[in-house]
Design a protein around this ligand. Structure first.
Ligand SMILES: [Zn+2]
Length: 277
């Protein structure tokens, strides 16, 4: 989908913002879901919201805006009503429960051609990482922003790690991950390692030397829980650097604990690469 924003709705300097729309009907059933990059203005946000709500829907849609500095999430009743008691979906429009039918990137375009910036674009959706175990999709700008947020929230600055060798390795893990994002080697994809293993948030693929992050890890981040995303980024970068963890892991409370270096540097503690939750 391509939405044209009038000049008056563009932000100075072409600043954009990650935007997620979730439309509900039949009570609290998700029937429409989209991720966009839009100009960072109220007008642009309202315009994009109107394009998603069903045209001619009765009543005022309920709009809830949750904003952190980078990500805006709008939830609305697709056909009127007040969440979680949204009006029913008309019978001629199928309900797509948790089906990301409109999942994708809708890039803003500026009539002047100059203001967009950072719009980026995903390749067309050939598979859905939420349901297809083999699907890998490029990260959207929205996903990348969530990753930046996660790193800012949970990766400890080098100066705050007293052991210098640990600080060096933590920095190397972060730099490795960041450069993989930059070179397009990090994807959004479903967990594809053998079933029966522990809960997973991402994986490094030996064959292709790429990382994929599970959609659920990004969903967690979207809800404000950035820890697993930050931990996954550094962990998978460790595999990229050639490290393995033959000793496996075990769960302690909220954390997956690793014994092998350098994955053990991500365990919670004084000298960890990560801040604790
Ligand atoms: Zn691992």
């Amino acid at each position: 989908m391509n939405v044209v924003f009038p000049r008056a709705e563009l932000a100075p300097g072409g600043v954009t913002r990650a935007f997620t729309y979730r439309g509900y009907a039949n009570g609290a059933t998700l029937v429409r879901n989209a991720e966009c990059t839009v100009p960072a203005t109220r007008g642009a946000m309202e315009r994009i919201t109107r394009t998603f709500i069903r045209e001619g829907a009765p009543g005022e849609p309920t709009m809830q805006v949750m904003a952190d500095p980078w990500v805006v999430v709008v939830t609305a009743c697709q056909n009127g009503g007040t969440y979680p008691s949204c009006e029913d979906q008309p019978t001629d429009i199928p309900v797509m429960e948790n089906d990301c039918a409109f999942y994708g990137t809708c890039s803003p375009t500026s009539p002047s051609g100059g203001g967009g910036g950072g719009g980026g674009g995903n390749p067309s959706m050939s598979c859905d990482p939420n349901v297809d175990p083999t699907c890998n999709q490029l990260l959207s700008d929205h996903d990348k922003q969530l990753i930046k947020n996660a790193i800012a929230a949970f990766v400890r600055p080098k100066a705050e790690i007293s052991d210098s060798a640990t600080a060096e390795m933590c920095e190397q893990l972060l730099n490795t991950f960041n450069s993989m994002v930059t070179s397009g080697e990090v994807f959004k994809g479903k967990y594809d390692t053998p079933s029966g293993t522990r809960d997973h948030y991402g994986a490094w693929d030996e064959g292709s030397g790429t990382i994929h992050i599970e959609p659920k890890t990004l969903v967690l981040a979207l809800s404000g829980d950035y820890y697993e995303l930050a931990a996954t980024a550094l962990h998978e970068a460790g595999h990229e650097l050639g490290y393995r963890h033959p000793l496996g892991s075990h769960q302690v409370g909220n954390y997956l604990i690793y014994m092998d270096y350098p994955f053990d540097l991500l365990n919670p503690g004084e000298n960890s690469c990560l801040k604790s939750r």
